[in-house]
Ligand binder design. Structure first.
Ligand SMILES: [Zn+2]
Ligand SMILES: [Zn+2]
Length: 177
C-alpha cells in the first residue's frame, strides 16, 4: 500500500516502480455531484526511458451513482486496465510549431508537469471513462412523474388522484348536492 500518490519522475529507478494503492476513495472521494467513490484500489507499473514514461495499471472499485431518471442513488462496480505514455510538458511545447496539427498518436500522449505524476489524476480519468453516458439505476427505470413527483418505480402516479381530491373536487361535491 502506498499512500503517496504524487510520484517524482526522478524517483523512478531503472528497474521501474511498482505501486499498489488500496485506499483511492480517500484521494478521489468524488468524481462529480452524481458520482462518488465508495472504495477503490489500483496498481501502477511505471517505467522510464530517456524522458518518456510508460505507465500500465488497473483500477477497480465501487461507485455510488445518482440515477438520471429517478435521482435515487445506486452502487455500481468499476474495473479497468489502462496504459499511458507520458512526455514532459516542456519538451512538447518546444516541439510544437505554430502550424503544427496534432496527429492521432500525439493526442494519446499525456504530459507530466513539474517532474511529477499525479496518480490520482490517472485513476480519476480512468473511472470517468468507464461511466456510461446516462447513469441509470436499471435499464427500465421509470423515473419520477413530472406532475406529482412520485417515484414511478415504487408507486403509481398520483396525478389523477390529486385531481379528484384537489380544491376543485370540493366544488364538484357542492354542485352535486
Ligand atoms: Zn432510476
Ligand atoms: Zn403523476
Amino acid at each position: 500500500m502506498s499512500s503517496e500518490t504524487h510520484i517524482h519522475v526522478s524517483d523512478i529507478p531503472p528497474e521501474g516502480l511498482f505501486l499498489n494503492f488500496s485506499e483511492l476513495a480517500k484521494v478521489i472521494p468524488e468524481i462529480d455531484e452524481y458520482c462518488s467513490v465508495s472504495h477503490a484500489d489500483g496498481r501502477l507499473e511505471i517505467h522510464k526511458s530517456a524522458s518518456e514514461i510508460k505507465i500500465s495499471g488497473w483500477v477497480r472499485g465501487r461507485l455510488e451513482l445518482t440515477c438520471d431518471r429517478c435521482l435515487n442513488s445506486f452502487a455500481s462496480d468499476v474495473e479497468t486496465s489502462f496504459f499511458y505514455l507520458l512526455k514532459p510538458s516542456r519538451e512538447f511545447h518546444r516541439e510544437l510549431k505554430p502550424d503544427h496539427e496534432l496527429s492521432r498518436d500525439e493526442i494519446d500522449v499525456y504530459w507530466y508537469e513539474d517532474g511529477e505524476i499525479r496518480a490520482e489524476d490517472l485513476f480519476r480519468e480512468q473511472i470517468v471513462l468507464q461511466l456510461p453516458m446516462r447513469l441509470l439505476c436499471s435499464p427500465g427505470c421509470k423515473g419520477i412523474c413530472p406532475g406529482c413527483g412520485e417515484d414511478l418505480n415504487l408507486s403509481k402516479c398520483r396525478c389523477k388522484e390529486a385531481k379528484n381530491h384537489g380544491p376543485f373536487a370540493v366544488l364538484a361535491g357542492i354542485k352535486t348536492v
